[in-house]
Design a protein around this ligand. Structure first.
Ligand code: GDP
Length: 462
């Protein structure tokens, strides 16, 4: 009897979503997380994560190395994200070393002696921030949600809470600007409660820390909270398998060509590796660590700068190592057509319609929590600028009468993943109300379809 995807992911200490994604990348078509894997596929998946074991036994050698948390700082505009990042960054380098830091690396590491390391993603502010934020939520282990004490919970605060929930990323609350007179963290705790977030002082399990990013107060407590949560999450990754990670930012250097900042989440990236990121690939020629020093390899939960991509990879793309150039080419081809559509959506922001966001409502249903999570994570990673996907409802189980009614009322398209067909009676209602329902068995197909839906809503090009 084989193991299910869920069981294997749990044994390996990786997220079910990541196991699903890896399987899809390997060309499998997982339908549910309860799918049983053949020994061959299971072994491939295990190898993919750099673990050299024989299944099904070998639980001991399968234990992975602990790794540092990758953290994103989010919050409403002006609540102090940049100030906090600046402060953290300033503590991340020993005095006198500042000049050596490559400013272009959009992430940095903080080392706390005895306690551990934290990898912070320095999300670039304004430009494309909403899509970066979504990527951030997807790409990180922990979100620090900054809330200004004198301002309280604001619209973007709520968005972060929603994204974190959809992507199942735990949050830590940082109540900022506590140096200001009248700062009242309790007021913020009550506001958070209204949005389903119960902090520890109120009997919940979400940690909260009072800080002043401006004065550098409470930052050590915040770092301790992050490391404590990371310990509880028991984050693990292979230390020397083929690397996986994602691109945070990339730029073109006159002399070096494309330079990509990335965070390595699994395995080790080495000079000479062939890397793929979306439709772009290359061979790692130069690798720099968080300090901007040239190194031969970087391990999990590390920041790295990669020189060697043939074309400039896009921010937010997942990065992984493949065996050779031809493998890389076949991967990038597959991604290519999808990226064309994505580019079209992204470039729409340069066209006329400024400021006006067009929302495309959808309802998402999946057969179980695990797949819903994977589908939501992929949907949230879609670019959103001029045109944004608005998931008005999501849940598990087949389409219901009430889903159809809300779809009809809002003009939403219903996407189902691996769900049972609606009953004959419900089918009639669907027809009468002219609601569109599409069912998919493969996540990539669903994403492709949603992408086309978004593209179809774009204003026609001149
Ligand atoms: P962001 O938009 O979230 O990145 O916010 P910024 O970091 O740019 O901060 C917005 C404003 O709040 C700036 O004027 C900061 O100086 C100020 N600010 C940030 N942190 C603190 C703090 O802890 N105390 C006080 N009094 N002001 C702060």
């Amino acid at each position: 009897p084989g193991m299910t995807i869920k069981e294997l992911a749990e044994t390996m200490g990786i997220r079910v979503v990541d196991a699903l994604k890896s399987l899809i990348k390997m060309g499998e078509e997982p339908k549910t997380i309860q799918d049983e894997l053949t020994i061959d596929i299971a072994e491939l998946l295990v190898l993919e994560y750099g673990m050299h074991v024989k299944l099904p036994e070998g639980s001991e050698s399968m234990k992975l190395d602990l790794r540092a948390p990758v953290v994103t700082i989010m919050g409403h505009v002006d609540h102090g994200k940049t100030t906090l990042l600046d402060y953290l960054r300033s503590t991340s380098v020993a005095a006198g070393e500042v000049g050596g830091i490559t400013q272009s690396i959009a992430a940095f590491e903080v080392h706390r002696p005895k306690l551990g390391k934290i990898c912070f993603i320095d999300t670039p502010g304004h430009q494309a921030f909403s899509s970066m934020r979504e990527r951030g939520a997807k790409a990180t282990d922990i979100i620090v949600l900054v809330i200004a004490a004198e301002d309280g919970v604001m619209p973007q605060t709520i968005e972060v809470i929603d994204h974190a929930r959809a992507a199942q990323v735990p949050i830590i609350i940082a109540v900022n600007k506590c140096d200001l007179p009248g700062a009242d963290p309790n007021m913020i705790y009550s506001q958070l409660m209204e949005h389903g977030v119960t902090v520890e002082p109120f009997g919940g399990d979400v940690q909260t820390v009072n800080i002043s990013a401006l004065r550098g107060q409470g930052i050590d407590k915040l770092e301790e909270a992050i490391l404590l949560l990371a310990e509880m999450m028991d984050l693990r990754a292979p230390r020397d398998g083929p690397a996986e990670g994602f691109i945070i930012e990339s730029r073109k250097d006159k002399a070096l060509g494309p330079v990509a900042s990335c965070v390595i989440t699994l395995g080790a990236l080495r000079v000479g590796d062939v890397v793929v990121a979306g439709a772009d690939w290359g061979r790692v020629k130069v690798l720099r660590d968080a300090k901007g020093e040239s190194v031969k390899f970087v391990g999990p939960s590390s920041v790295a700068e990669v020189v060697g991509f043939r074309s400039q990879p896009s921010a937010g793309q997942e990065l992984f190592v493949v065996e050779n150039d031809s493998k890389a080419e076949s991967y990038t081809e597959k991604f290519g057509s999808r990226k064309g559509s994505m580019k079209r959506i992204q470039s729409s922001k340069q066209e006329e319609h400024q400021g006006e966001l067009m929302e495309v409502p959808v309802i998402v249903k999946a057969d179980c929590e695990g797949t819903l999570e994977a589908v939501m994570a992929s949907l949230l990673a879609l670019p959103s600028h001029e045109i944004v996907l608005k998931i008005i409802e999501s849940g598990t189980g087949p389409v219901t009468e009430s889903d159809v009614q809300s779809a009809s009322a809002s003009g939403a398209h219903i996407y189902t993943f691996n769900c049972r067909q609606p009953s004959a009676q419900l089918k009639k209602t669907i027809q009468n109300l002219e609601v569109k329902v599409s069912d998919f068995r493969i996540i990539y197909d669903l994403i492709d379809n949603v992408t086309s839906l978004l593209v179809s809503k774009l204003p026609p090009r001149e």
